[in-house]
Design a protein around this ligand. Sequence first.
Ligand SMILES: Cc1ncc(COP(=O)(O)O)c(C=O)c1O
Length: 400
Amino acid sequence: MTAVAPLVKLPFPKQPKYGPAERAAVLQLLDTGHLSETTRGPATASIEDAFAALAGTAFALSFNSGTASLKAALHAVGARPDAGVLMSPMTWISPITAAFQAGSFPVFADVGAESANLDTSALTESGDVSAVLVTHAWGLPAAMETLTAVAAVPVVEDCSHAHGARHAGSPVGSWGTAGCFSLQEAKSVSGGEGGILTTNDQAVYERAMSLGHHPHRLQAELTLPELVATADTGAAHKYRMPALSAVIARQQLASLPQRMAASEANLAILRDVLHDHAAPIAVPDPGPGSVRGWYGTPLRLLQPGADAEALHETFAAQGIPVRRIYPDWLASPLLHTPALLHRYWPHLQHSPWRPPDPGAFPHYRQARRSTLILKIPTVAADDYMAQVGQALVHVLTHRS
Ligand SMILES: Cc1ncc(COP(=O)(O)O)c(C=O)c1O
C-alpha cells in the first residue's frame, strides 16, 4: 500500500524559541555570579516592571510558576473555605487546584453559548462565592467589563493564554483585582518556568508576596499592619522566580509584539481562505477594541454533529497543526476521590465543596464537541497558512 501524502506539505514555520537576545541575557547574568535574588534585585525588578507596563498596573509580582501566582492571588483577594471560587471548567487543571491550595474550592459554572469563557449569567446564579476566576481561554479575552460590573466579589484573571491581549482597549491583567500569567515554556512569553501577578491593589500585592517570597524582600516591602510583624518569615512557601527565568522572560516580552503581529497576519490569511470557500468553521474574534493573545487559536466547527475528537485525527493526518482542548476536568478522578482530596487539602473535610456533575453545563459540552486549537506560526508564513486553510476546506467539504 502506498502512503498518501498529507495535504499540508510545507513544514511548520518557526524560529528558535530562545534566540541571541535570551542567550546574551543569560550569559550576562551568569557573569554577575548571582542567580538567586532574595530582594527585588535587578532581574526581578526588570521583569516585574515590564509586566506592570504590559498590564498597565501599579504592581507586578514574580513567581516561579503561573500556578503559584494563582494560589497567591486567590489567597490575597480573600478566597474562603466556606465560600468557593467561581470558575468555568474550560481551563488548565491548576486554576482549579489553585482554589484548593488557597484554602477554598472551585464552584463550576458554564461558559457562554458563543465563547469559551465564563458566562456572565453564572455570576448571578452561583450563590455565595468568595472570588471569581476568569481564564481568557486560548487568548480570547473574556467580557471583563460585564463580569467585573456584575461580580460582588473580587475577580482574578488567568491571563496565561493571553499575554499582551486587550479587552475593549484595556490590557488583560488590569481588569480584575489581580491578573495571573504563566511563563511556562509553551506560553507566548516564556522563562522556561515562571509566573506573574499583576494588581493595582497594594494590599493584594503584599499579601501575595507574604506567601512565598524571601524574608529579605518581605522586610524591605511589607507595610500592611497585619503582615509587618511576620516579615522575617512570611508563610515561607518558596515561590520566587529564579533570576535565570526572569532575564529570559524579559527578552521574550520585548519580542512579543513581533510574534503577535506575525501570528495576527498568519491568521488573517487563514480567515481569507476559509471565507472564500465558505468553510463550515469559525475563527472566533475578540471583538471591537480588543486584541487576542496567543496560545494557539480556537477553531469552532459549525457543521451540525461535528465531532472535534474524530476530526482531530483526520486533520492531524493531513498535517494540519491542531491539538485538542484540555481534558474534561469535571470527570477527572481527582475531583471524585474524597480520600485523595482530603489528604491533599484537609480543609475540604469540613467544606461545602461537592464534586461536580460531569454532565452539567451544556455550552461547555457543546464547546468541547466543536472546538479544536490551531497552532499558528509566530513568523511570517503566508504560503503555509494558505496551505493549512485549503487543507481545512478540503477535509470539511469531503466528509460524508
Ligand atoms: C490557563 C492556565 N492557567 C494556569 C496555568 C499554569 O501555569 P504554570 O504551568 O506556569 O504553573 C496554565 C499552564 O498551562 C494555563 O494554561
